[in-house]
Design a protein around this ligand. Structure first.
Ligand code: GLP
Length: 242
């Protein structure tokens, strides 16, 4: 596991974007695993800038997002479909057929999850999986406890997560959907490379637990330590305890 600590959050975002851009350039058929959340917004902004400058071509890229809220259609302003469209997909030349985000309103959510696993397999697996970390230590929406061999499935969101993500929902945790579809920890661990990014003092505690605590299904992010090609990019503030 490689841990990079930068002085500022923007340096962390730049380094993460550089790794993603390198992955895209290195393969004729790059497959990215993408994440959402505030941390990722700046990273996508950098990638869009590179694309607009003509230095990054997404035309042969396939992507799989980690998760989506159950019950939110793609058109909902708080859906991860919409998040990804607004921050990345609408601004780059990734072919629509290559974009995958779990469908939160599929008639059969379990079948949707199984189909998602199949689609990842058909694409030959994920080359680089981008990850953030939630206050509960979740990666994707793998709330504690999540088995390290768990697959894409419907999960119940932790009260802490609903509070953490409520800024997008009138600051009302009750308005945050109670369930989500997420790649499993096992699905994530099968990516050929992992890239976890965290910035800010608010993440210092959970980063400490994720990196120094016992590897345990009680904190999904500790699974990253089991992967043999994982990079963690932190800024000084999020690495303070570590
Ligand atoms: C959501 C996503 C996670 C993400 C987390 C962190 O819960 N499902 O994949 O890691 O947010 O978000 P932020 O970057 O806003 O702290």
């Amino acid at each position: 596991m490689k841990i990079i600590v930068t002085d500022t959050p923007s340096q962390a975002f730049e380094q993460a974007a550089d790794m993603i851009a390198a992955e895209i350039r290195a393969s004729s058929t790059p497959v990215l695993g993408l994440a959402t959340g505030r941390t990722m917004e700046s990273i996508y902004r950098i990638l869009v800038r590179q694309h607009e400058a003509g230095t990054l071509d997404f035309s042969s890229t396939t992507s799989f997002n980690l998760d989506e809220y159950a019950g939110l259609p793609a058109t909902d302003p708080n859906s991860y479909h919409r998040y990804m469209h607004e921050r990345l997909f609408a601004h780059v030349n990734m072919p629509a057929r290559g974009i995958h985000v779990p469908d939160g309103v599929a008639p059969d959510l379990d079948a949707e999850c199984a189909g998602y696993e199949n689609a990842i397999r058909t694409a030959n697996g994920i080359g680089l999986q981008l990850l953030g970390i939630g206050e509960t230590g979740h990666i994707g929406f793998n709330e504690p406890p999540s088995a390290f061999d768990s697959r894409t499935r419907v999960v119940k969101l932790d009260a802490i997560t609903r509070r953490q993500n409520s800024s997008m929902f009138d600051n009302d945790p009750e308005q945050v959907p109670s369930h989500a579809l997420t790649m499993g920890v096992g699905t994530i661990l099968e990516a050929r490379r992992l890239l976890l990014v965290a910035v800010g003092a608010g993440k210092a505690d959970i980063i400490d637990k994720a990196l120094n605590g016992p590897v345990s299904e009680a904190i999904s992010a500790t699974a990253v330590r089991l992967h043999d090609n994982a990079t963690i990019i932190l800024d000084k503030a999020s690495s303070a305890v570590w």
